[in-house]
Design a protein around this ligand. Structure first.
Ligand code: SF4
Length: 260
């Protein structure tokens, strides 16, 4: 097919395909960031489809923390560089900026976003320890997974209750013993730690079993039989709580921290 369209000149290409939101220099970005009023209710953030914490990332640019600013943006939007260049900011965040109501130019949020992300990737982008900030299956996907696991666990517990109801007397509080033991396991392992819960469960099971077997036998070797039979069951029943107290004296946060 014959190409009948005239070729554009380099100047026309430059003009026709110019960027919507050209890059800011460091001075321009700092000056623009310092115009922001850091509104408490941030109408710009509410207007952003990805709810980037706009006031915070602009504040970080204003204080020279450009890397922190980029991280704030990427936590909500991992294609932030594309959005900074292509988003219809006039209709979204910049359109909601309070400066519009004063008849003044809104904060150039799109260009500030581009400034922060450009500097971030120029400096090497994400380091290994920060990779979960920009990987799409990041914290949000994990939260969904935890919610699904929680929901599945609750459903299985409900099913177990349904199956036991015909053969047991179901009453309020019948699971309290298990709940208390579960609490002990969680405290020993470290609140919020899945690994801690697993290790805590094994330790509590071992301590409880040993307390009900070897402890009583050991007391019979050390104490008169009458005392041993009185003290043995009592000590066995509180062995896990004594163990929990010992762990907390040693490590008040439990065996593993919240991230263990
Ligand atoms: S609405 Fe405008 S002035 Fe207020 S926080 Fe957002 S960008 Fe800053």
């Amino acid at each position: 097919m014959k190409n009948i369209a005239a070729k554009l000149s380099p100047e026309e290409y430059e003009k026709n395909f110019a960027e919507l939101h050209p890059a800011l220099t460091a001075n321009q970005a700092t000056a623009e960031a310092n115009r922001c009023l850091f509104c408490f209710d941030s109408p710009c953030m509410n207007a952003c489809p990805t709810h980037i914490d706009i006031a915070t990332f602009i504040k970080k640019i204003a204080t020279g923390n450009v890397r922190g600013s980029a991280k704030t943006i990427l936590e909500s939007n991992w294609i932030a560089l594309t959005c900074a260049k292509a988003c219809p900011v006039d209709e979204l965040c910049e359109g909601a900026c309070v400066y519009n109501e004063r008849g003044e130019n809104p904060i150039e949020i799109g260009r500030l976003q581009r400034y922060a992300i450009d500097r971030y990737f120029e400096a090497g982008g994400a380091r290994q320890t920060e990779v979960d900030v920009i990987v799409p299956v990041g914290p949000d996907a994990r939260n969904v997974l935890y919610t699904l696991v929680f929901g599945l666990g609750a459903a299985l517990a409900g099913l177990a209750g349904l199956m036991q109801a015909p053969i047991l007397t179901v009453q309020i509080g019948m699971g309290e013993n298990i709940l208390i033991l579960a609490f002990v396991v969680i405290v020993i392992g470290g609140i919020g730690s899945i690994r801690g819960a697993l290790v805590g469960a094994v330790l509590v099971g071992a301590v409880d079993t040993l307390g009900r077997t070897l402890l009583q036998q050991g007391l019979r070797e050390l104490l008169p039989a009458q005392w041993a039979s009185a003290a043995g069951p009592a000590l066995a029943s509180i062995a896990v709580y004594l163990f929990m107290a010992a762990v907390l004296v040693w490590r008040p946060q439990g065996l593993f921290g919240a991230r263990g």
